[in-house]
Design a protein around this ligand. Structure first.
Ligand SMILES: Cc1cc2nc3c(=O)[nH]c(=O)nc-3n(C[C@H](O)[C@H](O)[C@H](O)COP(=O)(O)OP(=O)(O)OC[C@H]3O[C@@H](n4cnc5c(N)ncnc54)[C@H](O)[C@@H]3O)c2cc1C
Length: 346
């Protein structure tokens, strides 16, 4: 019998499994690639200052300290290079925009995350007449390579199997669970956007969000920074970039749309002053929640059924820190932060 059976092998499930195994737990991850795996589509950006209102991420110091130590440690463990820290430039749209930011930042705790002066990028390549804010501690996780590496690591531990779990085949008892014949003491759901159809957690107000990205080739462009204005442009390989992303609350399947492509290209042309070529188009569903906070904790009735999800568009930043907190809760009975504990919904 396993201690934990984890449903879902995306960023959340693989990271959680790794941490539990390191603490001596016997773990099995069930994952099915046929379903939406947001982690394999994600652009992988981590950035402490986000949103239209440019707010500092919740617990930014804890989150960013943890991710900057966790991913390099995993690179050494997996023998792969998937963590790429680099600055994130947010282009100002006007003098008003510039001033608003300069007034706002005073005493707001941003100092640790931004360069003190407004930067100017090469005007021939990037349209930025009002300059840009340089955000530090940002960068990109090649989330696809991270998942592949983590799957290899978990397979070596005999802790991963390719299996779609039919939720109706779960049987529960006091201190045991049977999942399609696989026995464990507890179930940890890391099923991403599928949580909204999971009978144990569909009572939570999920708000999955469809998103699209373009892959483009731009010769002679910046390859060591993220640039953003309406959309972000993030380097992936030599002369290749991901441009994203759209937000659509009406689509529930990860389909490609012409509307999404047009929106991304229009915004891209507003940033890039040179020619580019579109070479790819991708879509996925973000596991977002109504109050934009993760969903972590124990089922209100079944005491051996848990959820670790709802990471929305910030899985790369949130998962290293919150998986550590969750493992402490599972193994040492420590408390969960009230902002992410699903008790807030009950
Ligand atoms: C277009 C787009 C761009 C994004 N860009 C970024 C970004 O730049 N930075 C960032 O931090 N985040 C980004 N995200 C969000 C990010 O992808 C998520 O926050 C994160 O990947 C969520 O990870 P997860 O493991 O919870 O879910 P997923 O990665 O969706 O993993 C869930 C897994 O569970 C499996 N599963 C589900 N149900 C079952 C079942 N019944 N049986 C077996 N397996 C099951 C699925 O197949 C899947 O493999 C983006 C998302 C999209 C769509």
């Amino acid at each position: 019998m396993y201690d934990y059976c984890i449903i879902g092998g995306g960023l959340a499930g693989t990271t959680l499994a790794y941490r539990l195994i390191k603490q001596g737990a016997k773990v099995m991850v069930l994952d099915s690639i046929e379903h939406n795996r947001s982690s394999s589509v994600a652009a992988g950006i981590f950035n402490p200052i986000t949103g239209k209102r440019m707010a500092l991420t919740w617990k930014a110091h804890e989150m960013f300290d943890e991710l900057h130590s966790f991913y390099p440690k995993m690179e050494r463990e997996c023998g792969e290079k998937f963590f790429h820290p680099f600055p994130y430039y947010k282009i100002f749209e006007s003098v008003f925009d510039q001033n608003e930011w300069l007034n706002k930042q005073v005493g707001m705790g941003f100092e640790h995350f931004i360069a003190p002066h407004i930067k100017s990028l090469d005007q021939k390549r990037v349209i930025n007449p009002f300059g840009a804010l340089q955000i530090q501690k940002a960068g990109r996780l090649n989330s696809n390579l991270y998942i592949e590496s983590m799957h290899r690591l978990l397979k070596n531990e005999k802790a991963l199997t390719s299996h779609f779990l039919d939720y109706s085949k779960i049987e529960l008892g006091n201190g045991w669970a049977s999942l399609d014949g696989i026995k464990a003491q507890a179930i940890l759901f890391c099923d991403g956007s599928q949580a909204s159809t999971n009978p144990y957690f569909n009572y939570l107000p999920h708000k999955p969000v469809h998103g699209e990205l373009l892959e483009v080739e731009i010769p002679d462009f910046y390859n060591d920074q993220v640039i953003s204005k309406g959309v972000f442009i993030v380097p992936t390989h030599s002369q290749r970039y991901l441009v994203g992303s759209t937000y659509n609350w009406d689509l529930s399947e990860p389909i490609l749309t012409e509307k999404g492509k047009i929106e991304l290209e229009t915004k891209l042309k507003d940033i890039v002053g040179i020619d580019y070529k579109v070479i790819g188009h991708y879509a996925g569903i973000r596991p977002s929640t109504k109050d934009r906070r993760a969903y972590i904790g124990c089922h209100p009735v079944h005491k051996n059924v848990f959820i670790f999800g709802g990471f929305g568009s910030k899985g790369v930043s949130l998962i290293p820190y919150l998986s550590k907190v969750f493992v402490n809760y599972l193994l040492n009975d420590s408390e969960l932060p009230k902002e992410v504990d699903i008790c807030r919904i009950r």
